[in-house]
Design a protein around this ligand. Structure first.
Ligand SMILES: Cc1ncc(COP(=O)(O)O)c(C=O)c1O
Length: 377
């Protein structure tokens, strides 16, 4: 079955108890236990909830994994999954991962005894070179934020497998509709479902999917122990969002390509970063591992004041943290997502104060282009 069909028909198209076509929201903290000789499937809502179970099974099916787990946010999913490691273990990460992930790894987890090394994954061999006797896991994100750099997933994941590392991929930017890291060799996939899966800027939620039951049990133990679980209403919003993921992303990425091409020809724009653009250096690698370029792009203006002017004048694109909603969204990474990164590190990675990141929404692209034109002046 193709992904578009699977988004709708994934074992949860109707409720077995009532026939309801919409997934019921089971708003309860606990479950009555009528037979104390047996352990019920649901006993307490931190440990499990039928609405949450529906989403967990859905995402496991979509990512082609054994087990899925839902969390109160993307970062709750990521932090809980990293908890399968132990003090003294060494984790290798890509160097331009999401800022919040960088923060939890380099503050709490470092203090707690995890050793973390960030490498430039543009060359997969950098991963091999960073492996030490205590290396246990590899953490990747592609396309990267905010410069849309591509990591060759099969090449990096093969190195991890050879070395016996658990590999974790943040698939937020692509979603399972466009990229399925488990099929490419990853062990665990994590998501900020706050973004494209939810899709409407109205919910914060995270997901994790494991390749095996055994890894699933380890993640479940942490989901239940940390207890960073979402409530059923939030879960339901993501279930609803997933049903329209295909049509949203198809339209959003078509607009992204049009806008990226238009930006490329604008005299105030010095660079455009989008893996669907003919000039993107890793377009071929991305196309081997994903079925679309996604709906996020970034660009650099020639001067800082041009970037700030643009963000002040743009009308149909909301300037706000986040991405993946039905409304187009712009961020200014140096003051927003990457504000906590030391300026020298930002400069080294190319995250300059002329850089603007855009997530395309569902507006007519002609209106967006006209709006960008007036905002760039
Ligand atoms: C790639 C990526 N991963 C993880 C997160 C964290 O997700 P959340 O904000 O749902 O905690 C984000 C949030 O922006 C993100 O962009």
């Amino acid at each position: 079955m193709k992904q578009g069909t699977l988004l709708i028909h994934n074992g949860h198209e109707s409720d077995p108890a009532t026939g309801a076509v919409g997934t019921p929201i089971i708003q309860t903290s606990t479950f009555a236990q009528t037979d104390l000789t047996k352990h019920p499937e649901f006993d307490y809502a931190r440990s499990g909830n039928p609405t949450r179970k529906a989403l967990e099974e859905m995402i496991a099916t979509l990512e082609d994994g054994a087990k899925g787990y839902a969390f109160g946010s993307g970062l709750a999913a990521i932090s809980s999954v990293i908890g399968i490691l132990s003090a003294g273990d060494h984790l290798i990460t890509a160097e331009d991962i999401y800022g919040g992930t960088f923060r939890i790894l380099n503050t709490f987890y470092k203090r707690w005894g995890l050793e973390v090394t960030a490498v430039n994954t543009a060359d997969p061999e950098n991963i091999r070179r960073a492996i030490k006797p205590n290396t246990r896991a590899l953490y990747l994100e592609t396309p990267s934020n905010p410069l849309l750099k591509i990591t060759d997933l099969p090449a990096c994941l093969a190195i991890a497998r050879e070395a016996g590392l658990v590999s974790i991929v943040d698939n937020t930017f692509m979603s399972p509709y466009l990229q399925r890291p488990l099929e490419l060799g990853a062990d665990i996939v994590v998501h900020s479902a706050t973004k494209f899966l939810g899709g409407h800027s109205d919910v914060v939620l995270g997901l994790a999917v494991t390749r095996t039951e055994e890894l699933g049990q380890r993640v479940y133990a942490l989901q239940n122990s940390f207890g960073a679980v979402p409530g059923p209403w939030d879960v339901w919003l993501v279930i609803r969002g997933i049903k329209t993921l295909k049509v949203r992303l198809d339209a959003q990425q078509a607009s992204a390509l049009k806008l990226a091409r238009w930006l490329q020809s604008h005299k105030k724009v010095s660079a455009v970063y989008y893996p669907g653009l003919e000039g993107h250096p890793d377009k071929a690698i991305h196309e081997k591992q994903a079925s679309g370029a996604g709906a996020v792009l970034s660009f650099k203006t020639r001067t800082t004041s041009q970037a700030l002017d643009f963000l002040g004048k743009i009308k149909y694109t909301v300037v706000a943290e986040s991405l993946g909603g039905v409304e187009s969204n712009a961020t200014y990474p140096v003051r927003m997502s990457h504000a906590s990164m030391p300026p020298a590190e930002r400069e080294r990675l190319g995250i300059t104060d002329t850089l603007v990141r855009i997530s395309l929404g569902l507006e007519d692209v002609e209106d967006l282009v006209a709006d960008f034109d007036q905002a760039l002046g």
